[in-house]
Design a protein around this ligand. Structure first.
Ligand code: PLP
Length: 467
């Protein structure tokens, strides 16, 4: 399997190279040259498979010769063995037609563990055969940082430098990052907001002097391997609810369009997906893009769902590329226009292509809280605010055929957002014991101003230079 860039001018790479690279050298995102697909028979044969076996079947076509099937199986067994539930991503029923797909049973309590636990192991595996030391840099509004740090702490040949906006992540999220004292983990609190932290990371990649000294890599959802790992749970859930004999709809709380793009990939691979409901909070660039074709950046408003407080959705580029006839040259032009004017109009082909599978909803704070109370009163389920955005959007999909189950992706454990959950439901979710003594452990982080000079100087002194 080869991967091509959405902007057409970076070299095609195999799975191993794409995993280590993150972003393409032309600024685009890597995407498989073609979509592998499964027949109905092959999907029917997934019934009853464990999560790990489902993962091997779904991911193997993307991996090509970069790993053998047994190597992939061993990595999946190790990654998913760390989950607190035997089913890894169990389904929970809310009422006659609504289900939750619980993606938060990993070590840091958010769905990002599902992908990053595997990516950490892939990095180690691929680096073991190379004379390369990887410097991972990233920015986080909370969940990516803790999941990436947990996945990479103590691994050979890799350092991780994670920027978070000082004072703007929850106490649980911060401590999940800063109490990891492994010598290859470096936490930086930026005096600024998440967008500034993210802009600093982009600037580091673009800084020729800095980026030529180190082998930089990314762990945000621009990394293809992350999306690939997320395709698995769409198959796992749909097969359990009757696919391929029955269609399934998914409601996905969205920020960077990563998780829901994985659902699109599952549909392209032959999974009978009736609909993907894109659920945004009031930061609604994706809702505007899908409902009116207007992909224009607004100002970010802070909400109770910080992991969705995003006004540029990186992975949307992958969808536009695929729906727009896979024209890398045109895509590069469009994205340069977006970067210059912060606005882009979808073409008719893109709008019509998206309308075949996607709908979208914008959920405000009142509707989010109502969904939290609904899940609690109706089914005794305490859900986190991000999941509640998804469930509120799912509840609006009244036009779907009656035999289609609607699965809301439950993206975080409620204990990660205890204050917001308590405000809506009156209940304060306890922190699961597997998180342990988070509030007693020592923290370690460095506070830096939001300037490229400060950050590159600090990282430059600590990262391992190219040989
Ligand atoms: C990251 C995150 C999201 C958004 O996921 P994307 O893949 O960026 O769309 C939603 N909910 C939670 C809890 C998250 O951590």
């Amino acid at each position: 399997m080869k991967y091509i860039s959405t902007r057409g001018s970076a070299p095609a790479l195999d799975f191993e190279a794409v995993t280590l690279a993150g972003l393409a050298s032309d600024g685009g995102l890597y995407i498989p040259e073609h979509w592998p697909s499964f027949s109905e028979r092959e999907i029917a044969d997934m019934a009853g498979l464990s999560y790990v076996e489902t993962a091997v079947r779904v991911m193997m076509p993307f991996i090509g010769t970069s790993l053998t099937e047994d190597e992939l199986r061993a990595l999946c067994t190790e990654a998913y063995g760390r989950f607190a539930h035997d089913a890894v991503t169990p389904l929970v029923q809310i009422d006659h037609r609504h289900w939750l797909l619980e993606l938060f049973h990993g070590p840091t309590l958010a769905f990002k563990d599902v992908a990053l636990q595997l990516v950490g192991l892939l990095f180690e595996k691929f680096l073991s055969g190379r004379d390369t030391h990887l410097t991972v840099v990233g920015a986080t509004s909370g969940d990516t940082g803790s999941a990436a740090i947990d996945a990479l702490a103590g691994r050979a040949k890799v350092d991780i430098f994670m920027l978070h906006p000082e004072g703007r992540v929850s106490d649980v999220q911060r401590r999940q990052m800063t109490t990891v004292l492994a010598p290859n983990v470096h936490n930086i609190a930026i005096k600024g907001d998440f967008d500034q932290a993210q802009a600093l990371v982009k600037a580091m990649f673009a800084d020729r002097d800095f980026s030529s000294r180190f082998t930089l890599s990314a762990v945000n959802s621009i990394n293809w391997a992350r999306l690939m790992a997320q395709v698995v749970y769409y198959f796992y859930a749909a097969v359990r609810l009757g696919a391929p004999g029955r269609k399934v709809a998914f409601a996905v709380p969205t920020g960077n369009f990563g998780d829901v793009f994985a659902g699109y990939v599952a549909a392209r691979m032959g999974l009978p997906v009736e609909r993907l409901i894109v659920a945004t909070n009031v930061n609604d660039i994706l809702h505007r893009a899908l409902s009116t074709g207007d992909y224009s950046q607004g100002t970010v408003v802070a909400t109770a769902t910080p992991s969705m407080d995003i006004q540029v959705s990186s992975n949307f580029e992958r969808l536009l590329f695929d729906l727009g006839g896979r024209n890398g040259f045109a895509m590069g032009e469009s994205m340069r226009e977006f970067e210059a004017h912060r606005a882009l109009q979808l073409t008719n082909a893109q709008r019509e292509g998206a309308a075949g599978l996607f709908t979208s909803e914008r959920i405000d704070a009142d509707d989010m809280q109502m969904a939290m109370r609904w899940a609690s009163e109706r089914a005794g389920q305490i859900i986190d605010p991000h999941t509640a955005i998804g469930l509120a959007a799912a509840a609006r999909a009244e036009d779907l055929p009656a035999d289609v189950p609607i699965v809301t992706l439950a993206t975080a454990h409620p204990a990660k957002f205890r204050d917001a959950v308590e405000r809506a439901t009156g209940m304060r979710p306890p922190i699961p014991s597997r998180i342990g003594s988070l509030f007693e452990r020592e923290e370690r982080f460095t506070v830096l101003p939001a300037t490229l000079e400060a950050v590159t100087a600090w990282i430059g002194e600590r990262a391992t230079p190219k040989a």
